[in-house]
Design a protein. Structure first.
Length: 255
């Protein structure tokens, strides 16, 4: 699959999800390949960049999160691409596992806070779910440290979604999955949400917190978080346990 970008004059960009390639087009025109396959100095598939997982605009430039063999962030200034995250560039994370194996890793979510910072949610294989913050010069790990109410990165699989709500940052985490082919069980049900008030983290969902889902829901994914009309909404994914069917759900955290 490819990732396509539609440029609409005097309007915000319309984005459609695909895999591995970015393209642009005017409303009544044709699409143009702008990123992927080495176009404009961008990434190629030779290193396993077969998925573009996230997009964000930050300080007038387009940023993209990549996977699945290397987790990287690239930016486009309108003419050319350059890598700004992964491979320990600008103090960032290692792009692939310590072992060097090509296990699935990617940048799954990108979010900005009025151009002050860019946030990147990372899936880091054996290192688990990490959240990094970019100030335009360098990166800093702010989520997945296990300190100040923060989660331990190895306890989760991925920072799947990010949102701003009420001036605070929220991170939706994907729980650890069992080995391929094994049966899902309740102990894998730690898809949870963490809240950051600018100083410290707090877990606000899972285990029935604040009247939310508990382990009977076997929640593995927090697929999407949005702030809407003063409340925070979470789209969650539930795996079946002991042969039972599962269904997706939407929960609201009302102020």
């Amino acid at each position: 699959m490819d990732l396509w970008l539609g440029k609409i004059p005097c309007m915000s960009a319309a984005l459609l999800l695909s895999v591995g390639i970015l393209q642009s087009a005017p409303v009544a025109g044709s699409w143009e390949l702008i990123g992927g396959d080495g176009r404009n100095g961008s990434w190629t598939n030779s290193r396993g960049h077969d998925r573009t997982r996230a997009l964000a605009g930050f300080r007038g430039e387009l940023f993209v999160g990549l996977g699945a063999a290397d987790s990287e962030v690239w930016k486009f200034d309108g003419k050319k691409w350059s890598q700004v995250g992964g491979n320990e560039i600008r103090g960032s994370w290692k792009a692939r596992p310590d072992s060097g194996e090509k296990k699935p890793v990617w940048v799954n979510s990108l979010l900005t806070d009025d151009d002050r910072h860019l946030y990147a949610g990372i899936k880091q294989s054996e290192h688990g779910a990490q959240l990094w913050r970019y100030d335009g010069d360098g990166w800093r790990l702010i989520g997945g440290t296990g300190r100040d109410g923060d989660w331990k990165s190895e306890h989760y699989n991925n920072v799947y979604t990010l949102a701003w709500h009420g001036g605070n940052l929220y991170a939706g985490l994907q729980g650890r999955l069992p080995a391929s082919g094994s049966q899902y069980r309740a102990e894998y049900s730690n898809g949870e949400i963490y809240h950051h008030d600018g100083k410290s983290w707090e877990r606000i969902s899972g285990d029935g917190l604040r009247g939310g889902w508990d382990r009977s829901h076997t929640t593995t994914w927090i697929y999407k978080l949005i702030s809407f009309r003063g409340d925070l909404y979470a789209a969650i994914g539930r795996h079946g346990v002991d042969g039972r069917r599962w269904s997706g759900e939407v929960w609201r955290l009302a102020d």
